[in-house]
Design a protein around this ligand. Structure first.
Ligand code: SAM
Length: 246
């Protein structure tokens, strides 16, 4: 049984588990994921990632894990802005990772950023392996949200920091109205034009709506072992950023 509503929201039918369906969906949309991401967020995704990465400057992390790294944009930005010794990105979708690996190779960053297949809810790293763990727009897709967050906490060293970005719904009714129009009317048009899998962009607003936001997510992070949890929102509340210490 699912612990959180978002765990019941799946891209396709009910026949397979959420993890399998999510992997299948991201494999299907991988080639157009980056342009679609830029278009849908109206270019804001880069600024949101920058805020998340810059929040880690005080920690000066040397070893960074980027969970649900996808095509590697956050891992690449972490390397550019924080100059760590190493960045490891893990993801369940080989299709997304292949797009990311190509970008990293083209930038000559193979030696610094490594992308590997891995499940966020069962990380293959020892306790305390990283100074910082990041994740952008990934946690909403976990089959078990609490397991994924607990694993992120486990692999952090004591005093290490998690920086979590996730899409959210504005709480102000006026902005929420605009958001609903944008996600239910405009995004499906973009998806028809650019993506091979329009269902993926039906799943997107459904999974955002079902995801715990604000105080609820802060409480969950504390239950999963984090302390000193802070939340900020960006762009009328359409993106939430959680900063949590181990
Ligand atoms: C919306 S994309 C975000 C990609 C990237 N972080 C970004 O900023 O663009 C979500 C990613 O989460 C990955 N994902 C979902 N569940 C996962 C899990 N349990 N373990 C690892 N990756 C997962 C998907 O395969 C997908 O690449």
């Amino acid at each position: 049984m699912a612990d959180y509503k978002c765990e019941n929201v799946k891209p396709y039918d009910e026949s397979k588990g959420k993890k399998e369906q999510v992997e299948q969906m991201f494999d299907a949309i991988a080639d157009n994921y980056d342009p679609m991401n830029r278009l849908m967020s109206l270019g804001n995704d880069k600024a949101w990632r920058r805020e998340a990465i810059d929040s880690l400057k005080g920690v000066a992390p040397k070893r960074i894990l980027d969970v649900a790294t996808g095509t590697g944009d956050l891992a690449i930005m972490a390397n550019e802005r924080l100059r760590p010794d190493s960045v490891v990105g893990i993801d369940i979708s080989e299709g997304m990772l292949n797009v990311g690996r190509k970008k990293i190779a083209d930038m000559g960053l193979d030696g610094v950023i490594e992308l590997r297949v891995g499940d966020s809810t069962a990380l293959e790293f020892a306790d305390g392996s990283f100074d910082a763990v990041t994740v952008a727009f990934g946690v909403r897709n976990f089959e078990s949200l609490a397991k994924g967050l607990s694993e992120m906490c486990r692999v952090l060293r004591p005093g290490g920091v998690a920086a979590i970005l996730e899409l959210s719904e504005p709480s102000n009714w006026f902005f929420k109205l605009g958001y609903k129009f944008y996600t239910k009317v405009v995004i499906p048009v973009f998806a028809k034009l650019l993506s091979k899998d329009t269902q993926a962009y039906v799943y997107l607003p459904q999974s955002i709506e079902a995801f715990p936001q604000g105080e609820e997510m802060k409480a969950l992070l504390k239950d999963c072992g984090f302390s000193d949890v802070k939340v900020r929102t960006f762009t009328f509340g359409t993106c939430s950023f959680y900063y949590a210490k181990k």
